[in-house]
Design a protein around this ligand. Structure first.
Ligand SMILES: C[S@@+](CC[C@H](N)C(=O)[O-])C[C@H]1O[C@@H](n2cnc3c(N)ncnc32)[C@H](O)[C@@H]1O
Length: 258
């Protein structure tokens, strides 16, 4: 996604472009190095806008939700950059359509962009259940959803919501995991072990590139958590997976065919 004006880059490519831009601005570069760096910068800067331009547009409801999120006064651990956005939303909507999902679960809703993108792609009898820890952002999301959006919001720690959903006997065809990174391994175990994930269900796990931290530079706590999750899931014989380099990385996971 193209970072909106004022938003800091949060994808490996966005960070790469910003760092290259800073290097290119240096006045002490030899002309041939400056010319080569400028060409590399052009490649990096144009990549994510090109994806946006060649992806079907977002619905008016999603565009309005994204604008309200960008202009809201965030504080604490929540920030506008958390929003998944146009290209990722379209990707999630494609997953709903391709898997013919009727029941979708989101773990980590924020202002509801991913939840609404998936809900828009559901058949008439489908539903999204979206888990969110923060009651204020859950209320913000509810205020953004159009009438009849078919999104059941569960407020509280996702581990508790998953236990409740499992106790209710709920089963999901598609699950989007996008909450606390340290919780990812536990969420995947619960989905696989509790019956929450349909036998042929698909799990999409967000931020599995975590701004490049698993393989480059220093790691934050989130970088450590994602590196450990990636190592664990790759070695897990219960599942097969592919890491799609969209935005900050989305790993698609499903049970290994028997
Ligand atoms: C990256 S944002 C989600 C973005 C959203 N999926 C979208 O499509 O725009 C992560 C969200 O997970 C929530 N979260 C963090 N820890 C959580 C937990 N333990 N249980 C439920 N939600 C949690 C945060 O409050 C935040 O709103």
């Amino acid at each position: 996604m193209t970072p909106a004006v004022g938003l800091r880059p949060v994808t490996p490519l966005g960070i790469l472009a910003a760092r290259l831009d800073a290097v290119c601005a240096r006045a002490d570069l030899p002309p041939d190095v400056a010319a080569e760096l400028a060409a590399v910068l052009e490649l990096a800067v144009g990549f994510e806008p090109y994806l946006e331009q060649h992806t079907s547009p977002e619905s008016p409801g999603l565009a309005a939700l994204a604008e309200r999120t960008r202009t809201a006064p965030w504080s604490g651990t929540l920030e506008a950059e958390m929003l998944s956005g146009h290209v990722e939303g379209r990707f999630l909507a494609f997953l709903v359509g391709m898997t013919r999902a009727r029941r979708v679960l989101e773990i980590g809703m924020f202002t509801g962009y991913g939840a609404l993108a998936m809900a828009e792609a559901l058949p008439a009898d489908g539903e999204v259940v979206a888990c969110e820890l923060d009651p204020d952002v859950a209320a913000f999301a509810r205020g953004c959803f159009p009438a009849g959006a078919r999104i059941d919001v569960r407020v509280g720690p996702a581990a508790d919501s998953l236990a409740a959903l499992a106790a209710e006997g709920q089963v999901f065809d598609l699950v989007f995991v996008d909450a606390d990174k340290a919780g990812y391994a536990g969420y995947l175990d619960t989905l696989l072990d509790s019956g929450l994930l349909a036998a042929d269900g698909l799990v999409a796990v967000d931020n599995t590139l975590m701004q490049g931290q698993p393989w480059a530079g220093e790691r934050t706590a989130n970088g450590e958590a994602i590196a450990a999750f990636n190592t664990r899931v790759t070695a897990d014989p219960r599942v097969e997976q592919v890491l799609v380099p969209l935005r900050d990385g989305i790993t698609l996971v499903r049970r290994t065919p028997s």
